[in-house]
Design a protein around this ligand. Structure first.
Ligand SMILES: [Cu+2]
Length: 188
């Protein structure tokens, strides 16, 4: 009886690791105030993002995925470090030696400060589908996590290292949504 309980727990944990099919990132500003959310859904080859943020300055803003999942130093957001990338990649969606995995299109914010947009990012996984891949660059929920970052200015998609996008004005740690497992061992 005890053994079967342990086996069941192990099976659920293993499934949980393998099945973060969705995620959420609460976005905060330099004052540490919540200003919106980015929802993530895993597709077969990449991740669908839905961005819903209020209270940003109007205009284009560089938008990236940075390599450490923390926004606690909210006055500057430096602890999130640089972009997620493979070793030989350069920054920039328009760069012949790029892009980096964490390069995204600019967020174009209208005068009312509200941006709501959905787009798709190729070649990313929210969490590793196999344990061996757990620390791969393309896995958002690797050991130190990942964070969305919004910059003060536009990303020109070419200049190193961040397209001239300037200061970091908003940040959101990427977190897995709860994985629900039913009594047949299937995800709900
Ligand atoms: Cu950035």
């Amino acid at each position: 009886m005890i053994r079967s309980a342990i086996l069941t727990t192990t099976a659920i944990l293993a499934l949980g690791v393998a099945s973060a099919q969705a995620g959420t990132s609460t976005i905060i500003n330099n004052a540490g105030e919540e200003i919106g959310v980015v929802n993530l859904k895993q597709g077969p080859e990449g991740v669908l993002l839905n961005v819903d943020i209020k209270g940003l300055p109007a205009g284009p803003h560089g938008f990236h995925i940075h390599s450490v999942g923390t926004c606690e130093d909210h006055d500057a957001f430096k602890m999130a470090k640089g972009h997620i990338k493979e070793d030989d990649e350069q920054h920039g969606l328009l760069n012949s030696k790029g892009p980096e995995l964490g390069d995204l299109p600019n967020l174009i914010v209208p005068e009312n400060g509200e941006v709501n947009v959905e787009f798709y990012v190729d070649d990313l996984e929210i969490s590793a589908s196999e344990a061996d891949d757990a620390d791969d660059e393309d896995v958002l929920l690797d050991q130190d996590g990942s964070a969305f970052m919004i910059h003060e200015n536009a990303d020109d998609h070419m200049t190193q290292p961040i397209g001239g996008a300037g200061a970091r004005i908003a940040c959101g740690v990427i977190k897995a949504n709860d994985v629900k497992v039913n009594n047949k061992g299937n995800e709900k």
